[in-house]
Ligand binder design. Structure first.
Ligand code: IPM
Ligand code: MG
Length: 356
C-alpha cells in the first residue's frame, strides 16, 4: 500500500509528522513517500504542484495531505499560489466526492459557540461535490464589460455550471452514505435563483427514485446556513455543490467547537483518495509545536478505512483518539479547565501509546 505524504505549509509538516508516527506504529506494510506541495513546493521547485509531486500522488493508493497557504503568497499570480496545488490535485485525480464529517465529541461539547444542548451528540456529514461548479467552470477571467450599465469598464467573471452526470454521481454517493447512517439526505441548492441548481435539484430528485429507503429533502443554501446554527442535529447527510459546500462545511465544523478535530476525505471513482484535516495551514502558530494533530491523525484513519481497506486499523486509531481525550489531554485549541494542555508531538505520542 503506497501513500504519498504531502505536508505542505504552515502547521502542515508538524501535524503530518504526528499522523505518520501513528501510521508507523500500526506496523502495516505501508510504503510512504514525501513530496513538497503548496508554498513549500513553490519555494523548492517554483510551482505549488510540481510534476514529480503530482506523479507521486497519481501513483499512490492514497494521499495524506497537511495544509497549504500563507498570506505571503497572496501577491503571486494565481497559477503559482499554494491553493492551486489542492485544486490541481482534486482535478487531476478526479476527486469529486468530498466527505466532511462534523462530529461533536462528548468531551468538547462546551467548546462550541452554540448552547451545549444544541450540539451535544452532533454527527452530520457534509458531502461536497469537489471538481465542478464555479470553482472550475470555464470561461472565467477579466475583461472590459461587453454590455450592461458599465459597458467598457473592467469586470471579472466566473462560470457556475454542473452537468447531469456530475450531479448524478455525487447524489449516489450521498444516498449510499445515508444508508450507512440515519437514512436522511438534505440536498442544498439555490434553485429559486440559479439554473445550475435547478438542474441539481431535478437530478437529485430523479436519482432518489433508486433509494426509496432514504429520506430526501431540499433546502435553499441561505436557509441551510440558518438551520445549521438553529437546529444542526436535524441534519444527517448534506449534499451540495462545490461552492456552497466550501462555506457550509466551515460553518458546520465550527459548530462542533473543534475544527482541529475534523478529518476529511476526497475520493475518486476508483476509491483513490486524498485525506486532509478540515482546517487550514494556520501560519500564525506554525513552528510553535502547539497545533492540534488529531484532525490529521483521524484523516489517516479515514484513509485506512476508505482507500486502504483496513477498517480494524482505522478503528484502532479512532479508539486511541477517544482514549486520549478521556485521559484529559488537550492541545491549546480545545483546552478546558481541569485538562492537561499538551503540544503537537506529545499529543501524537499519546495517541501512539493509546493504540495499545
Ligand atoms: C477547502 C479550502 C479550499 C477550497 C481552498 C484552500 C482552495 O477552503 O478545502 O475548503 O476552497 O476548497
Ligand atoms: Mg474551505
Amino acid at each position: 500500500m503506497k501513500i504519498a505524504i504531502l505536508p505542505g505549509d504552515g502547521i502542515g509538516p508538524e501535524i503530518v509528522a504526528e499522523a505518520v508516527k501513528v501510521l508507523r506504529a500500526l506496523a502495516l506494510p505501508l510504503e510512504m513517500e514525501t513530496a513538497p506541495v503548496g508554498g513549500a513546493a513553490y519555494e523548492a521547485a517554483g510551482h505549488p504542484l510540481p510534476e514529480a509531486t503530482l506523479r507521486l500522488a497519481q501513483q499512490a493508493d492514497a494521499v495524506l495531505f497537511g495544509a497549504v497557504g500563507d498570506w505571503k503568497y497572496d501577491t503571486l499570480p494565481r497559477p503559482l499560489r499554494p491553493e492551486q496545488a489542492i485544486l490541481g490535485l482534486r482535478k487531476q485525480l478526479g476527486l469529486f466526492a468530498n466527505f466532511r464529517p462534523a462530529l461533536c465529541y462528548e468531551q468538547l461539547t462546551h467548546a462550541s459557540s452554540l448552547k451545549p444542548e444544541l450540539v451535544a451528540g452532533l454527527d452530520i456529514l457534509i458531502i461536497r461535490e469537489l471538481t465542478g461548479d464555479i470553482y472550475f467552470g470555464q470561461p472565467r477571467g477579466r475583461r472590459a464589460a461587453p454590455d450592461g450599465p458599465f459597458a467598457g469598464a473592467e469586470e471579472a467573471f466566473d462560470t457556475m455550471r454542473y452537468s447531469r452526470p456530475e450531479v448524478e454521481r455525487i447524489a449516489r454517493v450521498a444516498f449510499e452514505a445515508a444508508r450507512q447512517r440515519r437514512g436522511k439526505v438534505t440536498s442544498v441548492d439555490k434553485a429559486n435563483v440559479l439554473e445550475t441548481f435547478q438542474l441539481w435539484k431535478d437530478v437529485v430528485t430523479e436519482v432518489h427514485r433508486d433509494y426509496p429507503d432514504v429520506e430526501l429533502d431540499h433546502m435553499y443554501v441561505d436557509n441551510a446556513a440558518m438551520q445549521l446554527v438553529k437546529a444542526p442535529k436535524k441534519f444527517d447527510v448534506i449534499v451540495t455543490g462545490n461552492m456552497f459546500g466550501d462555506i457550509l462545511s466551515d460553518e458546520a465544523a465550527m459548530l462542533t467547537g473543534s475544527i482541529g478535530m475534523l478529518p476529511s476525505a476526497s475520493l475518486n471513482e476508483r476509491g483513490q483518495g486524498l485525506y486532509e484535516p478540515s482546517h487550514g495551514s494556520a501560519p500564525d502558530i506554525a513552528g510553535k509545536g502547539v497545533a492540534n494533530p488529531l484532525a490529521t491523525i483521524l484523516s489517516a484513519a479515514m484513509m485506512l478505512r476508505y482507500s486502504l481497506k483496513q477498517p480494524e486499523a482505522a478503528a484502532r486509531i479512532e479508539a486511541a483518539v477517544q482514549r486520549v481525550l478521556a485521559q484529559g489531554l488537550r492541545t491549546a485549541d480545545i483546552a478546558s479547565p481541569g485538562c492537561t494542555v499538551v503540544g503537537t508531538a506529545q499529543m501524537g505520542d499519546a495517541v501512539v501509546q493509546a493504540l495499545g
